[in-house]
Design a protein around this ligand. Sequence first.
Ligand SMILES: [Ca+2]
Ligand SMILES: [Ca+2]
Ligand SMILES: [Ca+2]
Ligand SMILES: [Ca+2]
Length: 433
Amino acid sequence: MKRFLWALVVLTVLLVPLTVSLAQDDDLPWWNDRVFYEIFVRSFYDSDGDGVGDIRGIIEKLDYLNDGDPTTTTDLGITGIWLMPINPSPSYHGYDTTDYRDIDPEYGTMDDFRELVSAAHERGIAIVIDFVINHTSDEHPWFIASANGDPEYADWYIWRDENPGYRGPWGEQVWHRNGDRYYYGIFTGFQPDLNFENPEVTAAIYDIANFWLTDVGIDGFRVDAAKHIIEDGELQENTPQTRAWLADFNAYLDSVHPQALTIAEIFRAPSFIGAEYVRSGAADLVFAFDVSDGIISSVSQNRAQDIVRKLQAALEDYPNGQFATFISNHDAVWKRRPMSIFVGNVDKAKLAATLLLTSPGVPFIYYGEEIGMFGTEPDEQVRTPMHWDDTPTTGGFTTASRPWIALSETTGSVASMTDDPESLLSHYRHLVH
Ligand SMILES: [Ca+2]
Ligand SMILES: [Ca+2]
Ligand SMILES: [Ca+2]
Ligand SMILES: [Ca+2]
């Protein structure tokens, strides 16, 4: 019975795209026939035995991702990589940078990164990096100068003499004390928001984006926290000013790199809100969080209507299929990695993968999903090291005695699944190729 229900889900979904007319393939941009793979660098592969994943580790594992030979299907076959933050940062995750023009020294050097971009391009893999611009680290030199009253940076952040007192969209404190003044930081006090109503801030971010696109040669940006760029008093998400800023930014990027891809994170936005960003030119793609919800809930509850409804909404709202799909990501919107939600049921994980990789939209696989890694919040527990083999404690991730954080449970490893035609990894390979 269960198998029948799953087959029904797949069939119903396969019918959905037939009911909506998409533009001809020739008219669609390059990213519409790609499959992306999201990598947390710290946890992917450690090349130098210090227990921390790094850029050279990704270079060493490129053959796993895509060997550059279209005739082989022993690789995963992905054609795009989204790298979570690579800039220097005091945090383990990097979503608070101290230098937008450099690589976190724990991850390697700019030379390593340039080598990765070139090796990826040789294999037909595009590189997109996380661009965390809504806020910086409170240790960023801009913020330190601004807090110290340096007139050049005084207006780069959002300062008030009195505490405005209001809270953020999820009830959090957003005004943080510094001396006898208050600054705005929608996430935390160590992530102060930049003031994008200051043209000098906008100019600085344009210049940095240009550097990554034209000097380093990446293919685009995943714009973190994109719905929070410009606040309008207590209205702190999805403001018209935010979309206008992003539309100008997107147009600027296209002026320096006509094929540049911008993917906006509009966290948990339903399709009709996410689609406003695409329609207004504020982003090329928006992550369709509700399609992710639909996949998870249909598969975990054997109920086809959820994914059908969410996909139909996405197809109606977004122009020409310009949305990005995923089962889960580093934020574990569902508090757990998919295999934890599916309580180890490999058939369910396969069905989720089938939905992801046969539906409209540009799919993103989160590293480790293809081998069924488990993980339950807090966040770092869904960001644990990749299981390359079955070595206890290290999983072949590092030659150090232990990785930076303990491994999660997993369904298997790359080594244990690679030659098994029935494995989850083989299922992903088959779907991607
Ligand atoms: Ca390392
Ligand atoms: Ca191949
Ligand atoms: Ca902001
Ligand atoms: Ca673009």
